[in-house]
Write a protein that binds this ligand. Sequence first.
Ligand code: PAF
Length: 279
Amino acid sequence: MKIISSIEELRDQLRGQLRTAFVPTMGNLHEGHLSLMRLARRHGDPVVASIFVNRLQFGPNEDFDKYPRTFQADVEKLEKEGVYVLFAPTEKDLYPEPQEYRVQPPDDLGGILEGEFRPGFFNGVSTVVLKLFSCVQPKVAVFGKKDYQQLMIIRNMAKQFALPTEIIAAETWRAEDGLALSSRNGYLNAEERAEAPVLYQTLNRVAEEVRSGRTDIRKIEEEAMAALATRHWKPDYVAVRKRSNLQPPSAEDLANQEALVVLTAAKLGNTRLIDNLEI
Ligand code: PAF
């Protein structure tokens, strides 16, 4: 595997490649990331991964500095997956000057849910992903459904900018007890780790309530938030939304059996976890 940090060298290395499959990451790779690499391999060749902890998508009080950086271990994992190039730019490589041109997702998608609780997050994500796409020029790029809203925003960005990159969605990888794999799970202490699967159980309970025909969605969401709070979680949201645009379903949408997803973000101790489940 070639490890490349400069944009110029990356372009030289990939010149003439028309079927590149790309998986952008922030490193600290776990089985979920590796499943993205395998999916990428099914859709293109060569597979290019990136590791870049993108300062633009972290708020001032978020965990940019303590975000886990495990470069050597990540390299070994990617080598085993047969990744052809690892693009690992430094901040100077990717942002040699302040990144003043940004991608601003529309408020009705980028300003809700995660966007409401993490202002600027999707601006930072979209900006870096567009820039990484410009560096790698992939035919396909793989994103996990674990970050459901992110996936949707990147998809819409690719469509609206007519990017020549197909966005592929990968299923969420879960531990045996249901907890969605995430680099931030590493922040949990043993007691919190034992409690963490309750978030997925909550999503399942909400999904069952909706499937059973209940239409009082706000009430279902409130009950779920209250149940989390009694177990000492601090939920930001539990939200049943339409899969098509992440807006709340109307009575008519429910009657028409519109495809739905339930999304959540909640803090357990100092760790903020997100998860979702298609209903
Ligand atoms: O999902 C992530 O790890 C990041 O948001 C991404 C897509 C690599 C952009 O920094």
